[in-house]
Design a protein around this ligand. Structure first.
Ligand code: UD1
Ligand code: CA
Length: 537
């Protein structure tokens, strides 16, 4: 029985990535849910290596910081000067001086690499008891890459960098993918013998193969089934190409598990996202981070969800959500913005031009239009009137608002937190609610309306508005006069205007009927137009 192999993974991530032209180290550029480095680490994760060493250099602090988040068990090792890939591996192994086993080296910039492919490389290497095995691929365009040079028997002779290659070698389309498995002892030995006698004056890791071969050690080539996996990333054009390729891979996988993607070309799903069966994703949609979409939910078109959980059968249309939870059967949008800790319970609704932050919206409750809800708790089956603002911030502190269940708040309300509206309470349209409204009460907090009749004709004479007012007065006057028995002769303009003026003069504010409307006591009209009614069903 062969001993299980002790494995060490070394990821090379010290290079600057000059052609990215970025202040961000190349390996930290994001690609559908992980950084380039994150993708490489997750491809290596199933190897269950005893230890993982990441060689850092350019932007070392940033890379270390990222590692502490995504791979706290990995050991960063500093390569202060980038003297080549061979030098980088030497420094990495100096940091883990003990031991035999297998050393797996992966360039930090090959994000499409699949775990299965790394696994197959390592298994082939260990089963063959090779000194070194390189992952190779046949590519349409080998420009810039190291070439696999084989002997007459097809065995690996050496790996030659393009800039050191002759014309015959440059014609080779089988390339070094930058992923290798080595026997630890023989690797250490060979690394000590590397020269810098090449076009770049660097220690090339790839020279280990020629050295081992020359020493009569068994070296091997493992050919990748799909060359796309071995694509590196050197500039932002390549990064965009990799992103499209990864998008297609991810989308195809989800469609095969029973998710409908109406337009896969405009659907961007991070590798970290999960979707349940019969979810439907409409076009121009980005699902990012820890987002989860439940069974039968509809997301899109034009939706971005970041770290957001969408329950089964919910729908989110033309909206943006970050760190939110949308309950089963709940509806969001079109044009909603859900911010962190916006939590919609089952069948809740957040409608159009509504922003919600740090708020629990209870089952069946609705916030249908033009509203900001921040730092609040809303009970069940409550309706929040259109154009309301939960005034949560006094310039120094944030305060909480509580709205009970089965409450109906009026349109255009301000809830000045901290404040509480009880179960079954109403508030009148246009209210600024600064004091608690007890359960079942009608809260009214607005100035009484008064109309200054004839003001426009008097104070804005000669304007279009004044003329329109005058015409309206004449028409009304004519109608009244016309209605009056035997008064047809009086239907001339001047008379009508006088009647109109007189009517205006008599309609001063403060009549009994005005008063009822102001207080929102509308039972007189059967409750059909209560002040809190926002016609939002
Ligand atoms: C390397 C290979 C080449 C292969 C290609 C695949 C060598 C000499 N050549 O070339 O045969 O076809 O990858 O993509 O290895 N790095 C360090 N420290 C250094 C130098 C590099 O950590 O001193 C890291 C880089 O950050 C990068 C990786 O090693 O992640 C590869 O380095 P890079 O300069 O991109 O090598 P290539 O020229 O692409
Ligand atoms: Ca490279």
């Amino acid at each position: 029985m062969p001993q299980p192999h002790l494995r060490t993974v070394v990821v090379l991530a010290a290079g600057e990535g000059k052609r990215m032209k970025s202040t961000l180290p190349k390996v930290l550029h994001p690609l559908l849910g992980r950084t380039l480095l994150g993708h490489v680490l997750s491809a290596a994760a199933p190897l269950a290596a005893e230890r993982t060493v990441v060689v850092v250099g350019h932007g070392a602090d940033q890379v270390r910081g990222h590692l502490s988040e995504v791979a706290p068990d990995a050991t960063p090792v500093l390569q202060a000067e980038q003297l080549g890939t061979g030098h980088a591996v030497r420094i990495a192994l100096d940091a883990v001086p003990d031991g035999a086993g297998t050393v797996v080296v992966i360039n930090g910039d090959v994000p499409l690499l699949r775990p299965e492919t790394v696994g197959a490389l390592v298994t082939a290497h260990e089963e063959a008891a090779a000194a070194a095995t390189v992952l190779a691929a046949e590519v349409p365009d080998p420009t810039g890459l190291g070439r696999i040079v084989r002997d007459a028997d097809g065995r690996l002779e050496q790996i030659v960098e393009e800039r050191d290659a002759d014309a015959t070698q440059r014609a080779i389309r089988e390339i070094n993918a930058g992923i290798y498995a080595f026997d630890a002892v023989r690797l250490r030995d060979a690394l000590g013998k590397l020269s810098t006698d090449n076009d770049q004056g660097e220690e090339y890791l790839t020279d280990v193969f020629g050295l081992l071969r020359a020493a009569g050690e068994p070296v091997a080539v493992h050919v990748a089934v799909d060359h796309v996996e071995t694509l590196g990333c050197n500039d932002r054009v390549e990064l965009a190409t990799l992103r499209r390729l990864l998008r297609d891979r991810i989308n195809e996988a989800w469609m095969r598990t029973g998710v409908t993607l109406l337009d896969p070309a405009t659907t961007w799903i991070d590798v970290t996202v999960a979707l349940d069966r019969d979810a439907v994703v409409d076009q121009n949609t980005q699902l990012r981070g820890a987002t989860v979409v439940g069974a039968g939910a509809l997301v899109g078109p034009d939706v971005t969800l970041v770290d957001t959980v969408v329950g089964p059968a919910a729908s989110v249309v033309r909206s943006h959500a970050v760190g939110a939870e949308v309950g089963a059967g709940a509806t969001v949008g079109p044009y909603a913005y859900l911010r962190p800790a916006a939590r919609l319970a089952e069948k809740a609704k957040v409608g159009t031009f509504v922003e919600v932050k740090n708020t629990q919206i209870g089952a069946g409750s609705k916030v249908p239009h033009l509203t900001y809800v921040g730092d609040a708790t809303i009970g069940e089956h409550t309706n929040i009137g259109a154009a309301s603002v939960f005034v949560n911030y006094d310039g120094v502190n944030k305060h909480h608002t509580v709205i009970g269940s089965h409450a109906r708040t009026g349109a255009d309300n301000m809830f000045v937190a901290p404040v509480e509206v009880g179960d079954g309470a109403y508030t009148a349209a246009g209210s600024v609610i600064v004091d608690d409204v007890p359960a079942g009460a009608m809260g009214v907090a607005r100035a009484r309306q008064r109309n200054i009749e004839g003001w426009v004709v008097k104070r804005r004479a000669g304007t279009a508005a004044a003329e329109a007012a005058q015409r309206a007065g004449e028409a009304k006057g004519a109608q009244r006069v016309g209605e009056a028995k035997g008064a047809q002769r009086v239907g001339e303009a001047k008379g009508a205007q006088r009647v109109g003026d007189a009517k205006g003069a008599s309609a001063a504010p403060g009549t009994a009927s005005d008063s009822e409307a102001i207080h929102g006591v509308t039972e007189t009209v059967g409750g059909a137009s209560g002040p809190g009614d926002t016609a939002t069903e």
